[in-house]
Design a binder for this molecule. Structure first.
Ligand code: ADP
Ligand code: MG
Length: 246
C-alpha cells in the first residue's frame, strides 16, 4: 500500500475549520467507491497524488457531451468509452503512484481570455510573530493545459491585472480581501503546532462568482512566478522576509 502524502494531512487540518467552510473543495482519498460517489455528486473531478508536486500526475476527469468520459493529462485529452474503463484507468494510476491519489471536486476556474488561472499567495512569519501575506501572483495555464504550474508554459500577471482582465463577476476589492483572509487563516491553522514552519505558498482558485478556493498548500513553496513579474519588488520583499527570519 502506498503512502498517504502531505496533501491529505493538509486537507484534514483545514476542512473542519469554520472560517474556511466554502473555501475547501470537497476531497477524499481515492477508492473505487469514493470515485464513483464523487463523480455522481460533482461530475468533473481532479485527481492528484497526495505527495505530488509541479502538477505531475494531476488529471481532470469528467463526462463527455457525446457520451463516455474524458481524462485530461498535460495537453492531452483521452476519451474513455464508459464508466468501467474510466474506473480501470484510475485504479491503474493509483496503484503505480508512490502516494495515494486524492479525488477532488474540480473548481471551475475563472479565465483570462481562454486560459484558466490560479493565484499563488505567499504567507510568511518571523519567530513569535503573526503570519503576514508577503506576495501574490496570478498564473495562467499554458496552451492545452488545465494546470497552471509553470511547466505548463502559462504566463504571469499581477493579481489586480488578472482580476480586471478576467471573467470574475465580483468586485475586485472583495476578492482580494478574501484571498488574503483565507490564506492567512489557513496559514495560522497549519502553523499552529509547527513552530519551524515559516512560509507557506497557497495555490488559490477563483471561480467566476469570485469565490476563493484553496487548491493546495505548499510547505516548501517556489517563487519562480514572482521572478517572472516585471516589477521585482514583491520578489525582493519575500526574499528579504526570508533572510530576516532565519
Ligand atoms: N480542484 C481543482 N480544480 C481545478 N483545478 C485544479 C484543482 N486542483 C488542482 N488544480 C490545478 O492543477 C494544478 C496542480 O495541482 P496542485 O494541487 O497544486 O498540485 P501540485 O502539487 O502538483 O502543484 C493547480 O495549480 C491548478 O492549476
Ligand atoms: Mg501546486
Amino acid at each position: 500500500m502506498s503512502r498517504v502524502g502531505y496533501k491529505w494531512s493538509v486537507h484534514r487540518s483545514l476542512f473542519k475549520v469554520k472560517g474556511l467552510k466554502g473555501s475547501i473543495p470537497s476531497t477524499v482519498l481515492y477508492s473505487p467507491e469514493a470515485l464513483e460517489r464523487m463523480m455522481r455528486q460533482y461530475g468533473v473531478l481532479v485527481l492528484k497524488p497526495s505527495g505530488g508536486m509541479g502538477g505531475y500526475g494531476v488529471i481532470r476527469i469528467g463526462p463527455q457531451k457525446k457520451g463516455g468520459y474524458m481524462a485530461h493529462v498535460n495537453q492531452k485529452v483521452n476519451t474513455l468509452k464508459n464508466a468501467g474503463s474510466l474506473a480501470a484507468m484510475v485504479r491503474k494510476i493509483n496503484s503505480r503512484s508512490k502516494t495515494r491519489y486524492l479525488v477532488q471536486k474540480c473548481v471551475s476556474l475563472a479565465q483570462i481570455g481562454h486560459q484558466p488561472f490560479t493565484v499563488r499567495t505567499i504567507t510568511q512569519r518571523k519567530p513569535g510573530s503573526p503570519w503576514v501575506l508577503t506576495g501574490w501572483v496570478a498564473k495562467t495555464a499554458g496552451n492545452g493545459y488545465f494546470i497552471t504550474n509553470s511547466r505548463s508554459g502559462g504566463g504571469v500577471h499581477t493579481v489586480e491585472q488578472a482580476l480586471t482582465k478576467s471573467n470574475v463577476r465580483r468586485r475586485r476589492k472583495h476578492v482580494l480581501k478574501e484571498l488574503k483572509e483565507v490564506s492567512l487563516l489557513a496559514a495560522r491553522i497549519l502553523g499552529k503546532d509547527v513552530p519551524r514552519l515559516k512560509e507557506i505558498g497557497f495555490d488559490m482558485g477563483i471561480d467566476r462568482n469570485g469565490r476563493v478556493w484553496i487548491l493546495e498548500a505548499n510547505l516548501k513553496p517556489g517563487f519562480y512566478a514572482f521572478r517572472k513579474l516585471k516589477d521585482k519588488s514583491m520578489y525582493r520583499r519575500i526574499m528579504g522576509f526570508q533572510r530576516s527570519s532565519s
